[in-house]
Design a protein around this ligand. Structure first.
Ligand code: ADP
Ligand code: MG
Length: 581
């Protein structure tokens, strides 16, 4: 939490300036009632017009300066708060971009979104308030107390009485609201989570006709949030009139006692009016301080939530010493030998291994295929190569170097990864392909699209490569999305290709065409293909059969047909006997 203070450090000078302006503003505010008292006592009461004019003009000037200071304070406070929040948001975003899948699993996307928006907003609001009010309240309170005492010492007891009432009300409010404020934040998180899930799963929800169930789920949280919000706001609205009541009550009390004293000649009218104004200032300053006590827990919760994100270290770290000799992919001496050595792995929150003692080598110029039923661990295996997760036992080597001894950038530079679920970003087809290599030429884009069998549908589009892609790539079909995501990996021209079930959305013919092209045009690269289709990998140089995270077979199609029962079963369920020969 203290760590967040560093975001305000660059603005120290500005903060000091703000405080100085604030001080001047309060001083001006404090001087005004005194002038008024003088005008009434010496000017109006004695009919001295020139005195009234001179003091009046002085009063105007002071009020004007006070006003200017107030504007300055508001301006700078907002600026400091907005700027520091901007940097905070920037850092949270950077941090989150560095997170590995393990951290994403820990926080949940929805919570990360609320943290970087809502929570930071909260802090921004409170820091403006702190700058403008909290520092002002003590100066104003103490100043007004002194001035009030000076103008009429014998009436000080009214101030004391007013403060006791105000404070006891404030403390009661504080206890009623503070725990609820904390709960509010959690509910906003939950609402975001539900909303996020709903929107991404909208089609499924419709298809299963579960809208009403989902609406109920959403409704419950929404209602809870609303009632909590209403409660807190009602309490707040109740507070204002109550305070007005107290302030007016106190005024009456002062006039009541003051009038008697004036009658006896112990007090002047101007002094009494000034006393009333100072009393109001004192009450106001105490109210401001209590408001902060009410708002503070909320901001503290937000601050903690942000600090939590900022303090989380990604599990996947760069090594102290980069053992790779190839720094840029252009000048890479790397061949792309991928070797798994006795690799075991379990997910961070799971106790059981999902990969058991896996060893194999994928060589450049060859296709290595991973096959197995759903849930057998194929995606997990290939996700270990770009270090989306780190192995829990054993090691993965590329050209003999442990991938944990390479910089992540270097490692990922040489990998072309096509995920199981194709992801496109909003923009154009071109901008998506350029994710592979932002300096790629037009010809390279066309080549890649041709290999990926995407050129045909791209050229059918009136705008070709400039065709808009909507967020999440919803305006292209599943197969087209898959092909674009393959093309994107091809544009990168990496040493190692990883295709995680990437051909599943393609028809058999396109699948075959694509594989032929790949073989021909990307001869030297290491190709690792995950699939459930025998036909896709029949010609692979090496096939690894996974079953429940264990390797139950390794070899060529013909060998496996003879000696691997699991492989044979998968094959028989897909192809005719003759085709398999
Ligand atoms: N993020 C995750 N956290 C915990 N367990 C996971 C995660 N992803 C996958 N698993 C588990 O790991 C196993 C292998 O999954 P996966 O590698 O996706 O299989 P495949 O790609 O062969 O269908 C499954 O039992 C799955 O439940
Ligand atoms: Mg998978």
């Amino acid at each position: 939490m203290i760590k967040l203070l560093k975001y305000y450090k660059p603005y120290t000078a500005l903060i000091l300036l703000t405080l100085l302006l604030l001080f001047l503003q309060v001083m001006a505010d404090l001087a005004l009632p005194n002038y008024m008292a003088k005008i009434i006592n010496n000017g109006i009461a004695l009919g001295n017009i020139s005195y009234i004019l001179i003091k009046g003009i002085q009063m105007l000037i002071i009020a004007f300066i006070g006003g200017l200071c107030a504007v300055g304070v508001g301006f700078f406070a907002s600026r400091i708060a907005a700027k520091s929040s901007m940097h905070m948001r920037e850092d949270v975003f950077k941090k989150v971009s560095d997170f590995s899948n393990a951290e994403f699993d820990k926080f949940s996307t929805a919570s990360l979104i609320t943290r970087s928006t809502n929570d930071i907003q909260q802090i921004q609001m409170v820091s403006v308030m702190l700058l403008r009010m909290v520092c002002m309240a003590p100066i104003m309170g103490i100043g007004a107390l002194i001035m009030a005492y000076k103008s009429s010492p014998s009436m000080s007891w009214t101030i004391f009485l007013a403060l006791v009432i105000v404070l006891s009300i404030m403390i009661t409010f504080f206890f009623i609201t503070s725990s609820r404020f904390k709960k509010l934040q959690k509910l906003v998180d939950k609402l975001n989570l539900i909303m996020n899930e709903r929107l991404t799963g909208m089609l499924v929800i419709r298809a299963f006709n579960t809208q009403s169930y989902e609406e109920k789920r959403f409704d419950k949280t929404n209602k809870e949030l609303t009632s909590l919000n209403l409660f807190v706001n009602r309490v707040m609205t109740f507070m204002m009139p109550m305070m007005m009541l107290i302030m007016n009550g106190v005024s009456i009390l002062i006039v009541w006692t003051g009038a008697k004293m004036i009658n006896m000649g112990a007090l002047e009218v101007g002094d009494m009016l000034a006393f009333i104004q100072y009393t109001m200032m004192i009450i106001m300053s105490f109210m401001l301080i209590s408001m902060v006590f009410i708002m503070m827990p909320k901001a503290l919760v937000s601050g903690q939530r942000i600090a939590e994100v900022l303090q989380t270290q990604s599990n996947i770290k760069d090594p102290a010493e980069n053992k790779t000799k190839y720094l840029n992919k252009g000048e890479s001496e790397l061949k792309g030998y991928v070797e798994f050595k006795n690799v075991s792995f379990h997910y961070p929150d799971a106790a059981e291994d999902v990969i058991h003692d896996l060893s194999f080598t994928a060589k450049p110029g060859e296709t290595t295929a991973l096959i197995g039923s759903t849930g057998s661990g194929k995606s997990t295996v290939v996700n270990l190569i770009p270090r989306f997760y780190d192995v829990t036992q054993g090691e993965i080597l590329i050209d003999g170097v442990d991938i944990r001894d390479m910089k992540q950038n270097n490692l990922r530079d040489i990998i072309g990864y096509v995920p199981q679920k194709a992801v496109l970003f909003s923009g154009t087809i071109e901008s998506n392909l350029l994710y592979g290599d932002k300096n790629a030429s037009e010809k390279e884009l066309i080549d890649a699209s041709e290999i990926a069998q995407a050129m045909e549908f791209i050229s059918e589009k009136p705008q070709g490569f400039d065709t808009e892609i909507s967020q999440g790539g919803t305006n292209v079909s599943g197969g087209q999305k898959q092909r674009l995501s393959i093309a994107r990996a091809l544009v990168k021209n990496p040493k190692i290709f990883i295709f995680d079930d990437s051909f599943s959305a393609l028809d058999y013919e396109t699948d075959a065409l694509l594989r032929n092209q790949l073989k021909e045009k990307k001869k030297d690269s290491t190709k690792i293909i995950v699939t459930q289709r025998i036909s896709t990998i029949k010609n692979a140089e090496q096939i690894i059969v996974l079953d429940n995270g264990k390797m139950v077979g390794k070899g060529k199609h013909s060998e496996l047909m003879k000696n691997c029962q699991v492989y044979k079963e998968i094959a028989l369920s897909q192809l005719d006997e003759e085709e398999l020969q």
